[in-house]
Design a protein around this ligand. Sequence first.
Ligand code: EPZ
Length: 438
Amino acid sequence: MTELHIVGGNPLSGEIEVGGRKNSAVAAIPAAILAEGASVLENLPAIGDVATYSNILSSIGAKVQRPTWSQMKIDATNIQPDVTPLEEVKKIRASYYLLGALLGRFQYARVGLPGGCDIGQRPIDQHLKGFRALGADTRIAHGEVIAQADKLRGAHIYLDVASVGATINIMYAAVLAEGTTVLENCAKEPHIVDVANFLNAMGARVVGAGTDTIKIRGVESLAPAEHAIIPDEIEAATYAVAAAATGGDVILRGVVPKHLDSVSAKLREAGVIIEENGDWIRVIGNDRPNAINVKTLPYPGFPTDAMPQMLVLLCRGRGTSVISESIYETRFNHVSELQRMGTRIHVEGRTAVVEGVETLHGAPVKASNLRAGASLVIAGLVAEGTTRVSGIEHVDRGYEFLEEKLRGVNARLCRHSDGVSEQGEADCQTTAANIGDG
Ligand code: EPZ
């Protein structure tokens, strides 16, 4: 079993370099298979989901090379459209992008149903609705989705929900379709603009990404291209909240401050000082934050992926905060773990009422998904004493060099596999010396 052992109570201080955006990376990697030849992606995060995607592409015949951990060269000349490694496909949500990309290129795709974080139902009906509108037949059998068309033709498609995945997936199927596709009620997240830029660099004709209407003029073929992934605003938000919650002072470098507007606004409301300029933001925490209300919404609203982290900050708020989750049904299912640490949180459906307490106490806790794991790590950094976070493989799916980045800003934490420190005893001395029973 792998655990993070965290000795809390140190205000974070220093600088963190933010990596490439996970949800952009796992969308851009499958986009590369729309063209024959070798595309190159840069600024990829060194995370589990990227490694899983690389394995999946290799299994369908792509030549994948990683000259450095932040680069990937994908030669998709000889791929085939039956994606059979179901176990790998089920590890991540973004495997659904193979449906759109393979359908676009081969007019046929067979891909296992996606997995990913267990935070609600997460249907893919809007993806399939889009493929059908473009002329494909779709069916689900034996845990796989099969989509097939004689010819894909542009169509006018209205999404019932502004889904990130459906917006991108339908773009992938439409870029090589005959004629023009108009996609309405699209999601507007920055990584939709990022992958649209990559598609256009490959020769696609996509306009309107980042607004709620995207127009795609189909082209005959695409060519390989090079593209650098945008910064990960959720990784940045996670460290921003960690800095604020520990009363620290941290500069986050390599970010797009605009993408963090909703998070910065809420942190400011909580009394945290945020300075920003160019490609950095500085976060200066206080003793205890103000209680505030937060409602998650699609971009540019407050991101659901930063909500579990924000919840931890408010656990020490001066008063009662209310958090409403509007995207997923069960994104509060880690609250029972936070309650072990002395927090006072009452969940009613998709609303959490958080009564701030003076102190959190270290405890053994278990991460059940990526952002829940991130929130438990922050809670460990805040709490008195030692917190042992298990289920850390969920966190590794989406955070690169987690311990290194946190240790670089004075956090005391150490990874243990089956009771043995992975950093080596010398490095872990400070932490190990403080590990009690929590
Ligand atoms: C993406 O998931 C992200 N994952 C999620 O990141 C993120 O939480 C989410 O977008 C919202 O920003 C990836 O990019 C791999 P959606 P996705 O389709 O595409 C409903 C993280 O922690 N819906 O925008 O699956 C759905 O149930 C994660 O990094 C339908 O009803 O999200 C949800 O309520 C977790 N039918 C809402 O729409 C559909 O066909 C938004 O989902 C599709 C979605």
